[in-house]
Design a protein around this ligand. Structure first.
Ligand code: ADP
Ligand code: MG
Length: 443
């Protein structure tokens, strides 16, 4: 059907494609609809299939489509690679309508603050023989939420070449040509699809967080799977995947610790920070996506808020899905998972079994010496004559977050200069706590 439609010529010998080449989207759509009404046929002249048939010069029955089947979060990156190839062969490439009589669309790929590239959202591009490959090929991309596709169209004889070209595209996802690799990504759910957006790199030094030496020793063991022990673990078949569950009451520095770990891994690891919806609904897809990112750190912050609650039957579907997914990724190379929880008891004991999380690290409430060091850390730059120890003593039972609030309150009230009596008055009256409560309420 389609091929006849697009080969049909006007009185002057031009094909419908040629006539419509400069028509507006509106005109194309109108003619498409008219064509369907009059001919009882699809608006085929404008479909990607007929575009491919015309440019590849094959019969409809001999058209082959080689489809990408991988994480859909990679479609924008494949689109970016397609853009690169279109620019590289710009003399020869012909761009066609993605179908429905609509013009090709481009979308923005966010590579961070002030770093955006335009990538094909929906279009088909014809690469003549000798450009992308010795075989003439069309590349189709469609990155709409409900119809996500990346495919190479060829003659059936050209199918092996198309498969090779698709493989080359996919292999490039696993190289530095994938701009998401080594970055900090935020995983969210948009219109039912997992979306990965780049966020600024983390730069939290270890000395910004005051924790007992035993905790750091555990963190080092965890990190060794990614650093010093990675090779030998791989060589001995011991696996380079690790899961660490970081537990502790609110405000003891769990989220901060995750940021320190992500900072230390730097761009050797891609960090994926899963938001609540991504954890709840897309955990399997999230781990599946990480396949193209090389070594990956998956962060599941406050997992108890998402997975910890059982329904009235005592079932917890989200937790069950999550555990099954974690079991699955244990086979894969170099995936680190850090989950944090305020309430380790709210998690199913199975979640803590060693095969899922190798390590459970509990962050304690800071003791007096730690509170002193946290105060030092925050107040040090002001160079005030304050006995940190005396202030720490007055903050029995305070978390690191609380200590930070006391400092915030003092600076808000007094600016750069305040006395020990003034800061002790803040701890004595407890007026920093209103700010703590407000902060917790808002976050
Ligand atoms: N032990 C600590 N040393 C230094 N700062 C801390 C410590 N504990 C908490 N803080 C600070 O308190 C704030 C809240 O900590 P956060 O990591 O969000 O706590 P949690 O995730 O355990 O609730 C952060 O700004 C963090 O830097
Ligand atoms: Mg936290």
């Amino acid at each position: 059907m389609m091929i006849h439609e697009s080969h049909r010529t006007a009185a002057d010998g031009r094909t419908l494609d040629a006539i419509l080449a400069n028509a507006s989207a509106e005109t194309r759509a109108t003619i498409g609809v008219l064509g369907e009404i009059l001919g009882q046929q699809p608006a085929s002249a404008l479909s990607p299939t007929s575009f491919a048939i015309v440019h590849l010069g094959v019969d409809a029955t001999l058209l082959a489509s080689t489809k990408y089947s991988g994480p859909s979060t990679s479609l924008a990156i494949l689109g970016n690679l397609l853009r690169i190839e279109m620019e590289r062969h710009s003399g020869g490439v012909i761009i066609g309508s993605p179908g429905d009589g609509l013009p090709p669309t481009w979308s923005q790929l966010d590579l961070g603050i002030d770093e955006k590239v335009s990538v094909p959202g929906r279009l088909i591009a014809f690469f003549p023989a000798g450009t992308l490959d010795s075989e003439p090929l069309c590349v189709l991309v469609d990155d709409r939420h409900w119809s996500r596709e990346f495919a190479i169209l060829s003659s059936s004889a050209g199918k092996p070449a198309a498969e090779l070209v698709l493989k080359r595209f996919c292999d490039r996802l696993k190289t530095a040509e994938n701009p998401l690799r080594g970055r900090v990504l935020e995983a969210t759910v948009v219109e039912g699809c997992l979306k990965l957006g780049i966020t600024p790199a983390l730069a939290n030094p270890r000395d910004s967080l005051i924790l007992p030496a035993e905790v750091w020793a555990e963190v080092d063991v965890f990190l060794a799977a990614a650093t010093s022990r990675r090779e030998i673990m791989r060589r001995l078949g011991l696996g380079t995947n690790r899961g660490m569950l970081v537990a502790g009451p609110p405000g003891v520095g769990k989220t901060h610790l995750v940021r320190v770990i992500a900072s230390e891994l730097g761009d050797r690891y891609t960090t994926i920070l899963a938001d609540a919806n991504a954890m709840r609904h897309m955990i399997a897809e999230l781990y599946g996506s990480s396949e193209t990112f090389g070594p990956t750190l998956v962060v599941l912050d406050d997992i108890d808020l998402v997975l910890g609650h059982r329904d009235s039957n005592g079932d917890n579907g989200a937790l069950a899905d999550f555990l099954a997914t974690l079991d699955g990724v244990l086979e894969r190379e170099a995936i680190l998972t850090i989950a944090t929880t305020n309430d380790p008891k709210a998690l199913d004991p199975a979640a803590q079994r060693s095969s899922r999380f190798d390590m459970v690290v509990t962050l304690p409430m800071p003791d007096e010496a730690s509170r002193t060091r946290i105060l030092e850390r925050h107040l040090g730059p002001l160079g005030l004559a304050i006995d940190y120890d005396a202030v720490a003593q007055s903050l029995e039972g305070a978390t690191g977050a609380d200590v930070k609030e006391v400092v915030r309150r003092a600076v808000l009230e007094y600016g750069e200069h305040f006395t020990q009596a003034q800061i002790l008055d803040i701890t004595k009256t407890g007026r920093w706590q209103a700010a703590v409560n407000r902060r917790r309420y808002l976050s």
